[in-house]
Design a protein around this ligand. Structure first.
Ligand code: FES
Length: 111
């Protein structure tokens, strides 16, 4: 087997370069994907919360009904800078990835 490699000429080695580069690119790309925490490629569900209160074990917010005026608009995309309230960031998120998320709007009934 080693004799096979010893008998390769310079042009033979040069012709193997594209194959070697392709193998390296595939290996590097695979490592990059796995190292970048893309759990969906590993069969795990991906994270919804990318930035809200990441130091807390669980994000829980409480809003008193009495503090809601005529209506309150709550974020369901987890991209709002005013979380738990919607700041319209869902529009950029939807444009970026083709999603269709929007806020939860709670209204008081007109009496
Ligand atoms: S910003 Fe998240 S639903 Fe609007």
């Amino acid at each position: 087997m080693l004799d096979f490699y010893k008998n390769l000429s310079g042009s033979d080695w040069a012709s193997l370069i594209p194959f070697g580069v392709a193998c390296a690119a595939i290996g590097f790309g695979t490592k990059l994907i796995l190292d970048n925490n893309l759990e969906f490629l590993k069969g795990k569900p991906s994270k919804v919360n990318l930035s809200v209160k990441k130091t807390e074990g669980k994000v829980v917010d409480t809003v008193d009904m009495e503090d809601i005026g005529k209506q309150a608009v709550f974020c369901r995309c987890w991209r709002s800078k005013k979380f738990p309230y919607c700041d319209g960031s869902h529009n950029a998120h939807n444009e970026k990835c083709g999603d269709n998320v929007g806020p939860l709007i709670i209204k008081k009934k007109e009496s």
